[in-house]
Design a protein around this ligand. Sequence first.
Ligand SMILES: NC(=O)c1ccc[n+]([C@@H]2O[C@H](COP(=O)([O-])OP(=O)(O)OC[C@H]3O[C@@H](n4cnc5c(N)ncnc54)[C@H](OP(=O)(O)O)[C@@H]3O)[C@@H](O)[C@H]2O)c1
Length: 309
Amino acid sequence: MINQIIVAKFLLLVFWVPFSFEFPNFGVEAQPLETKPNMSQESESLSCLVAGATGATGGEILRLLLGKDKNVGKVVVLARSEASAAKLQAIIIDQISATGSSMVEIVRVLSEDYESKSETLRNVFSQKGPFDIVFTAMGTSRVNPEVQEAMEEYGLGLGFEKFLKKVDLGFNLALAELALENGVKLFSRISARGANADGEVNPDIQWSYYPKYQGLADKAIMALPFPKGVHILRPGRLDRGEEFRKLRPHEVGAHEKMGPGLSVTHVARKAVAMALADSSNDVISASAAARIKIVDEAEIVQFSKREEL
Ligand SMILES: NC(=O)c1ccc[n+]([C@@H]2O[C@H](COP(=O)([O-])OP(=O)(O)OC[C@H]3O[C@@H](n4cnc5c(N)ncnc54)[C@H](OP(=O)(O)O)[C@@H]3O)[C@@H](O)[C@H]2O)c1
């Protein structure tokens, strides 16, 4: 009987998707599919917002949040395009069919919405929230068409910088500022090894901009007084899995030459475990410094080894 209910709800979701794409600025809303077992006996369930969930790390964060074992009652995910929303829908369907439950919703947020902190973005917080945690694994890439265009126009270094400034710093900071204004308790961001706000940049060295803007984003977000903290994870080169890797020729080359990097699954597990633990904890730390947690690659590796024991 339970299986029949799950199948029926699964089919409802599948047929619901194309229909919902017809709305101009859609909120693709997957209805609550199943009540989590024992949810009412657990502590109050958490609600989460995820940006960058179409990416390798963000997708893993989303999968984990939809897991049955997590005390998460609601997940809202942001998508910038129809293609991104369709990708998210696929992850959600896949995960829900595997694990069962959770209330999940996709909301379309465009570049302009982040840039102007538009009504659409504000409404995500005021109408879909309140959220306990915001996760972001949103960041630009050299292979994205808009970045390629900018690199052609401004040169490799300055073209890349334009989008690091806009997305990695600007969009993530806009999200964090609105999160704080709207009572979000904890902000978790995937940054990168070597992040350094004071790093030197050189237009002839394209990669010089990357650590600089990761550092600037970390610094600006860490300054925001989220009551349960700011988590900054700084992994090095990621193993994004075969599907994602093959979309980036430089990554295939690096994988062949240097072997796999740090698995995105491990990064996501650490981010989710930390955020859920600190959010469920009643204690609000007195010191601002204690609420900021910077996690480096070694700590992520250690955590994943402990988990595997
Ligand atoms: N890849 C690595 O080896 C590595 C290493 C260390 C740290 N990091 C950092 O870790 C984070 C996650 O990395 P990842 O490799 O998992 O990311 P990814 O697969 O490249 O995914 C990036 C996410 O950001 C979104 N995004 C990109 N440009 C955007 C824009 N202009 N507006 C709105 N959303 C945009 C993408 O959305 P779409 O799907 O719509 O494009 C996607 O959801 C990134 O911040 C990255 O800098 C990466």
